[in-house]
Design a protein around this ligand. Structure first.
Ligand code: ZN
Ligand code: ZN
Length: 360
């Protein structure tokens, strides 16, 4: 944590910002280790304060040894002016993407009392989070493994006639029992035409034999997420499904084989997009190729057409091409990968087979 704090301080110094107020929960956790749901970090070149309320003082003290924990008695808005006076703060950066208008008004009123200038900043902490250290990677790998095993178990368990919701619950149950602390997002189960909706919420619709089913699942371990999509079919599939599946699989393989450190997110996206376009389905791949995953399910880098993000070793992101045929079906395959010096290492190990059971 002290190393993360030093890297942040270097970024503050480079922007000539004397102090930063951190209000984003994931950034707070990343920098301090504090896992509670409320509190702020106030970081200067010399100081590292964790401000939280009565409920969390003991926990914060135990979890964030690099920080001096201070109890907020009346809430930050009321204590900001005396705090600024005490610390001699004249300028304070705050995370513009994670402050409500109401909070900002209250802080601004307090700041003007003591001549404190509030400076909105974005993406000050987030870029630090993109490259994962060994401990973070271990948590992600555990979350990936739990999702892999759940998908595999559910593929063996699944029979025609089971509803999408029952499948989602079985996936969740499997992951919870394997030690997940939560789901990474509301699990997606989309069968038949519903699979053409990239974010289909599971319904009571029963899954029919021969119908493609998109399963997009993930869980949380130590605050870190996993993200996995497989498309399966029970029984005899439509030949068109097999053709589309093959294109998506080749696009994914091509991207995983060719992505290298130093590429931009846009260049990585193009590898899969060009292949799908050449096969005639460019317009049916309407989302980005991938996104970073960590303390948040969607974080940097972004692998989409116009992304200038430079891919670096240690980054963990998804590779998830898809083709969606409205009214018919969708196919998406999503792996989580970690970028290494010579290319990506695929973390997801759930089998990729277009058909899981021919009779049944
Ligand atoms: Zn996903
Ligand atoms: Zn994803």
């Amino acid at each position: 944590m002290t190393e993360r704090l030093e890297r942040l301080r270097a970024r503050l110094a480079a922007r000539e910002l004397p102090a930063l107020l951190v209000s984003t929960p994931t950034n707070r956790r990343y920098l301090s280790g504090f896992t509670g749901s409320a509190g702020f970090l106030l970081i200067t070149a010399e100081l590292a304060l964790l401000l939280t309320d009565f409920r969390y003082v003991e926990q914060a003290t135990a979890e964030a040894p690099a920080f001096h924990v201070r109890q907020l008695q009346r809430g930050l808005a009321k204590e900001l002016a005396p705090l600024a006076r005490e610390l001699g703060l004249q300028r304070l950066a705050f995370e513009a993407a994670n402050v409500t208008y109401q909070q900002w008004e209250q802080w601004q009123a307090a700041a003007s009392e003591v001549g404190l200038e509030l400076v909105p900043v974005i993406d000050l902490v987030e870029p630090l989070r993109r490259v994962k250290d060994a401990e973070e990677l271990a948590s992600i790998e555990r979350a990936v493994q739990i999702a892999d095993q759940a998908v595999q178990a559910v593929c063996e368990w699944l029979r025609p006639g089971v509803s999408e919701r029952a499948v989602a619950w079985e996936l969740e149950r499997q992951m919870r029992e394997a030690g997940a602390e939560g789901m990474a997002f509301a699990l997606i189960v989309g069968s038949g035409p519903r699979g053409a909706l990239p974010h289909a919420q599971p319904t009571e619709k029963p899954i029919a034999a021969g119908e493609p089913v998109v399963l997009d699942v993930g869980c949380v371990v130590d605050g870190y997420h996993s993200d996995l999509t497989r498309t399966i079919c029970l029984g005899e599939p439509d030949p068109a499904y097999l053709e589309i599946y093959d294109i998506v699989l080749r696009a994914q393989h091509e991207a995983e084989a060719c992505i290298r450190p130093g590429m931009t997110g846009g260049e990585a996206d193009r590898i899969a997009r060009d292949l799908i376009a050449a096969a005639g389905y460019g317009d049916q791949f309407g989302h980005s190729l991938g996104h970073g995953v960590g303390l948040e399910i969607h974080e940097g880098p972004t692998l989409r057409r116009e992304s200038e993000d430079i891919l670096q070793p240690g980054m963990v992101f998804s590779v998830e091409p898809g083709i969606y045929l409205p009214g018919r079906f969708g196919v998406r395959l999503e792996d989580l990968v970690v970028l290494e010096a010579d290319g990506v290492r695929v973390l997801s190990q759930a089998p990729k087979a277009p058909v899981v059971r021919r009779s049944g």
